[in-house]
Design a protein around this ligand. Structure first.
Ligand code: SAM
Length: 212
């Protein structure tokens, strides 16, 4: 099954400038980006087989110090091409060009995955698609395995209204993407059986660690 807006959010057209854009952490959408990368590394110290969902130009995978193998997954060939160059000195990185939901259609292709990481990618899925992804992630992980999501989120519906007042210049972006509603998504993740830990990186970005 393909996600509805895979083509719209395929980053092929902006791949060449992506790494320059994320360096501007003064922009409220980017604030906390580098801290999030450090946080992913801190929380993958015991990980072995990892999947990086929506890996883009490879920044999240590059932040991970210890691993046996990482599957880097993205729908954008141009983003993957840049990731491949940046990660050329790392061993055991497998690049997969596919849609995030389609990936799970044939999860037999993975060895036992113990950790799933994903930064700034899942807000390209609709809320219903996020829930489907959570289920697939839960099924793929063994007991004790974890998922590490860092992304653009609103803490709650009231909080979203506050952010719309605080950042009127970003309303177009808020309307165009599918920022998480943190409170709602936590309920879904917990109902699946994940034990949850949350970290705030900025007004608009949060991290969730779910342990199965
Ligand atoms: C904002 S970038 C984030 C890249 C990287 N994770 C980071 O934190 O820098 C989002 C990435 O998700 C990819 N993407 C968007 N929708 C996707 C989908 N449905 N399936 C696979 N990849 C998708 C885009 O091509 C892009 O590379």
């Amino acid at each position: 099954m393909k996600s509805k807006f895979a083509q719209k959010f395929n980053h092929d057209p902006s791949a060449a400038i992506y790494d320059q854009v994320v360096k501007n952490e003064k922009h409220p959408i980017r604030t906390g980006y580098s801290n999030m990368m450090k946080w992913v590394n801190e929380n993958t110290q015991d990980s072995n087989i990892i999947v990086d969902l929506g890996c883009g130009t490879g920044n999240t995978t590059k932040a991970v110090e210890f691993f046996d193998k990482i599957y880097c997954v993205d729908v954008s060939q141009n983003m993957l091409n840049i990731a491949r160059i940046k990660l050329k000195n790392e061993k055991n990185i497998i690049f997969i060009k596919t849609d995030l939901l389609e990936l799970f259609d044939d999860h037999q292709k993975f060895e036992t995955v113990d950790t799933i990481i994903s930064t700034f990618a899942i807000h390209h899925l609709t809320q219903e698609e996020k829930h489907l992804l959570f289920e697939k992630v839960y099924m793929l992980l063994p007991k004790g395995g974890k998922v590490i999501f860092g992304d653009l989120m609103f803490k709650s519906s009231n909080y979203e209204n506050e952010m719309r007042e605080k950042y009127p210049e970003l309303i177009g972006d808020f309307d165009d993407e599918y920022y998480w509603n943190l409170e709602d998504e936590l309920k879904i993740l917990q109902s699946l059986g994940f034990r949850i830990e949350i970290t705030k990186f900025s007004d608009l970005s949060w991290g969730i660690i779910g342990e199965k």
